[in-house]
Design a protein around this ligand. Structure first.
Ligand SMILES: O=C(O)CCC(=O)C(=O)O
Ligand SMILES: [Fe+2]
Length: 313
């Protein structure tokens, strides 16, 4: 395995006011996104989030995780890494909860009611707004990626089949002064994932060469990560990015992940298949990927290209 590196993640500025579809800066940003995903499987997107709203988001996270354990455990979802995760003996520092279909206001209401039967409008509104703001970022990224591949006309139907899982993540400060693996290395089973955290460092992303890049959080930075489904959809042009979380400081790390999924049959667009890139994957569906992952008893299932086994040609 490679060592630490001083290399940095590619940064793509998506705050630009002049990011008008069709303009020259639009076109060059589309290409930046494609190149970053092809080379790293991830990039840092700069995206506007007001400091007021950001404060509300992280205050809400703290309030949520301060609830009693038995309340948090009511967040049940049979899909892998969708519901409450906590007190896992191998990773005692990590705790996570999720709202499936979080861009839908009723789903945020359902979750809020489960956590606070007496109601918590502020939490509900904040979670729902956050999911929608970051879903818009995901849609911008995917639209630009489609355009960069010359398949912009396919984007609208792709967008219609996208759903979002919002996860709230907490990493307790480590008990010793040794480094602590808080979230084991893995690739996501999503289409793409968008991560955002408070100021506490911890997320590390592995390059093609096996070096680990440490992400430096900032208020307007979002890490966009290609998942296994993006890799298969793109016919291996984009590699899913292997990442992990290590916390070794005295502070609590709070983060949010917006994970996108696709409904229906997923097929590599024919435009992405040619002599240089022969078809690598048969058509598949996203729930099937999750079920296959869940059913696998392979100890290292997170470490290998599961998509090849699941639906490789
Ligand atoms: O906490 C993070 O930044 C990453 C979490 C993660 O990789 C995941 O939930 O899949
Ligand atoms: Fe992940």
């Amino acid at each position: 395995m490679g060592s630490e590196t001083t290399s940095k993640l590619p940064v793509v500025d998506l705050t630009k006011e002049n990011l008008k579809p069709g303009s020259s800066s639009w076109q060059s940003t589309c290409n930046e996104i494609r190149l970053a995903l092809e080379e790293y499987g991830c990039f840092v997107a700069l995206y506007d989030l007001s400091s007021n709203f950001r404060k509300k988001v992280f205050d809400s996270l703290e309030e949520l995780f301060d609830l009693p354990q038995e309340t948090k455990m009511k967040n049940v979802n049979p899909k892998p890494a969708h519901g409450y995760m906590g007190k896992i003996s191998a990773f005692p520092l990590h705790e996570g909860m999720g709202i499936e279909y979080a861009t839908n206001p009723e789903e945020c209401e359902k979750f809020t009611k489960l956590m606070w039967p007496e109601g918590n409008d502020q939490f509900c509104e904040t979670a729902h707004s956050y999911a929608n703001i970051v879903a818009e970022l995901q849609q911008l990224v995917m639209r630009m990626l489609f355009e960069s591949y010359g398949i912009g006309k396919r984007y609208e139907s792709h967008k219609k089949s996208t759903t979002y899982l919002l996860r709230f993540l907490k990493y307790r400060k480590s008990q010793t002064d040794q480094t602590n693996l808080a979230f084991k290395g893995h690739t996501d089973k999503s289409l793409v994932s968008i991560l955002h955290s408070n100021h506490v460092k911890g997320l590390e992303l592995r390059t093609k060469d096996g070096d680990w890049i440490h992400f430096e959080p900032s208020p307007n930075s979002f890490v966009v990560i290609a998942g296994d489904v993006c890799m298969a959809w793109s016919n291996d042009r984009i590699r899913s990015c292997y990442h992990r979380v290590i916390v070794d400081g005295p502070e609590v790390r709070y983060a949010l992940g917006l994970f996108s999924f696709l409904t229906g049959i997923i097929q590599t667009p024919e435009e992405l298949v040619d002599e240089e890139h022969p078809l690598q994957y048969k058509p598949f569906d996203h729930p099937g990927v999750l079920q296959f992952y869940l059913a696998s008893t392979d100890q290292n299932k997170g470490d290998r290209n599961m998509m090849k086994v699941f639906c490789g040609v």
